[in-house]
Design a protein. Structure first.
Length: 309
C-alpha cells in the first residue's frame, strides 16, 4: 500500500533517517530514532497535526495495528518504508506544520478575549464533570481537604507554579514542575499534560515582553531536564511544548481564544481539543487555560485567594 503524507511537523527529519517502531495504536504509531532521542508519530488523516508528526492520507478503515514494536523503518528520499510491511509513505509535497503561539499575543485585558476564555473554561469543566474525569480544572485551585490523591497533588503543584510564574521566579518553579512530571497514570500522565498546556498558554502570553519570553524559555528548559522522569511519549510532547510547539487542535483553541471567538464555533474547537486520549485532551486544555490566565487580572479561579495564602 502506497500512502501520501498530508502534513509533516517541524521536528520531523527529512529525506533520510532510520527508526524502529516504539509503540502502536489504532490511529497512531510512534517511531524511535534511537536511544534517548525524541519520537516521531504517524497519525491517520482524521487526527491532529503534531510537532513531531506525519499525518497520513489514510483510508477510512485503516489501522496502524498491523505493526509491532521494534520493527525497523527507514526513510530514503522522503519515502518511509517498513521492513515487515508493503506499506510506504511518500512525504513529497506534504505541508509543513509549525505553531506560532507567541504571535498570538494573548490580551486578557480585552473583554472579548476574556469572555472567550471564560466560555472555554466553562465548556472544559462541564465536560470533565460529565465524563467523571479524575482532574476537574476548577478544583485545582480549591484549598483544604476537599480533594485527595492525584487531583490534590496536581492542584498544589499548579497553584505554586502559577504563583512562581507571576513573579518570574524560576527557582521557585522547579519544585512544582517536578511534582507534576509523571503525576498520574497512563502513557501521558495528567501532570505532564497539564504542563504541556501550561507552556502553550505561557507562550501565547509572551506579548513581546523580553522578561516573560526569557522566563518561559528557561522554564521550558527546566521541564525538559525534569522530563527524564516520565514516559518517552510524554517527554516528546513536553520537549516540543517547551519550544512553543503543540498539536494543531490545541493551537487552534489558543488562537480562537486570543482572537476573541465567542460563537458556538469556540465550543466546537474546545471540544475537539479535549478529545485526545481518555483524559489527556482535557488535562492539556486545563493547562492551556491556566497558562493564559497567569498574567491577567481579568480572569480568576474559585478560592484561589485562600489556596495561595
Amino acid at each position: 500500500m502506497h500512502l501520501k503524507a498530508i502534513s509533516i511537523g517541524y521536528a520531523v527529519p527529512r529525506m533520510y533517517f532510520d527508526a524502529t517502531v516504539h509503540s502502536v495504536f489504532h490511529s497512531a504509531i510512534n517511531l524511535s530514532l534511537g536511544k534517548g532521542k525524541s519520537l516521531l508519530t504517524l497519525v491517520t488523516s482524521n487526527e491532529a497535526d503534531l510537532p513531531q508528526g506525519i499525518r497520513v492520507d489514510t483510508p477510512d478503515d485503516f489501522s496502524f495495528e498491523i505493526f509491532r514494536a521494534d520493527e525497523p523503518a527507514i526513510c530514503r528520499g522522503d519515502v518511509l518504508r517498513f521492513a515487515s510491511s508493503a506499506l510506504t509513505i511518500d512525504m513529497h509535497g506534504a505541508g509543513l506544520f509549525s505553531c506560532k503561539l507567541p504571535a498570538l499575543q494573548a490580551d486578557m485585558t480585552n473583554p472579548v478575549v476574556a469572555t472567550a476564555w471564560r466560555r472555554a473554561w466553562q465548556t472544559l469543566n462541564e465536560r470533565q464533570i460529565r465524563s467523571g474525569a479524575e482532574i476537574i480544572a476548577q478544583d485545582l485551585f480549591l484549598s483544604g481537604e476537599t480533594i485527595r490523591g492525584v487531583p490534590r497533588k496536581a492542584g498544589e503543584a499548579m497553584q505554586n507554579l502559577f504563583e512562581a510564574t507571576q513573579r518570574y521566579e524560576l527557582t521557585s518553579s522547579v519544585s512544582p514542575a517536578r511534582a507534576l512530571i509523571g503525576l498520574g497514570a497512563g502513557l501521558t500522565p495528567s501532570g505532564d499534560d497539564l504542563l504541556v498546556g501550561y507552556l502553550a498558554g505561557l507562550w501565547c502570553s509572551v506579548s513581546g515582553m523580553s522578561e516573560r519570553a526569557q522566563f518561559v524559555s528557561s522554564l521550558g528548559k527546566t521541564i525538559i531536564q525534569l522530563s527524564q522522569q516520565t514516559t518517552d511519549i510524554s517527554r516528546t510532547y513536553l520537549f516540543h511544548a517547551a519550544q512553543g510547539q503543540v498539536s494543531s487542535r490545541l493551537a487552534d483553541l489558543a488562537e480562537a481564544i486570543c482572537h476573541g471567538e465567542n460563537s458556538d464555533h469556540l465550543v466546537a474547537i474546545t471540544e475537539s481539543a479535549m478529545q485526545a486520549g481518555h483524559t489527556s485532551g482535557m488535562d492539556t486544555v486545563s493547562g492551556l487555560l491556566i497558562g493564559l490566565a497567569v498574567f491577567s487580572s481579568s480572569v480568576s479561579f474559585p478560592n484561589f485567594g485562600s489556596a495561595s495564602g
